[in-house]
Write a new protein. Sequence first.
Length: 255
Amino acid sequence: MQIDANCTAFVTGGASGLGLASARQLQAAGAKICLLDRDAEKGRAAAAELGADFQPVDISDAASVSTALAAARQACGVERILVNCAGVGGAAKTVSRGQPHDPEAFARTIAINLIGSFLVASNSAAAMAELEPVTEAGGRGVIVHTASVAAYDGQIGQVAYAASKGGIAAMTLPMARDLADKGIRVMTIAPGIFRTPLLDGLPEEVQQSLGQQVPHPSRLGEPIEFAQLVEHIIVNDMLNGEVIRLDGAIRMAPR
């Protein structure tokens, strides 16, 4: 699908990190951008930088998703591109010091990372399905989810996070099959260790140590590299129903 001025892209988690990098990349390619994020202060600042629209949203809440996407469409038009980057981390073992995993913490991670991604994608796909096709094969839109290598190589303390990202990976193919007759493609990127706001807060020596775990190139991934893959997925019509590991061939150790 071609990216141009008639193409609107919604980016969740767009206020920072991989989401903001994706928004910048798609805007540079010609798309009209709407950022969606829970952090209103950062979201408005990022939108001002880009000259884009911003809508606050709690992706784990269906009513909030519906309200935010409706407002975004009012401001920018119906989306042909959805990039789902919103998510949370967190670390806790299944049993720690004799105590079971906090059920609320586990549920929150699943609600934001997995259910939130689904809620936004389902709502977005319903709107995309009403658009006129823009490719010879009848393509109407593209959804790009963000999983993680933790979906496959979850480390100690990542049981909730890995479960949520594994769910995103697992729903990619059936969602693509669900939406194939509507001309909507669905892909997922599973990034490895990337330079995001979370890692930027770590000491430089810790960041270098993490980067050295990557076989090649032995460094942290840069958000622009994620964003470049997002752009390629959108313009390459044969990419559908697959999860792409973007990780420099790393396979995470238990800890």
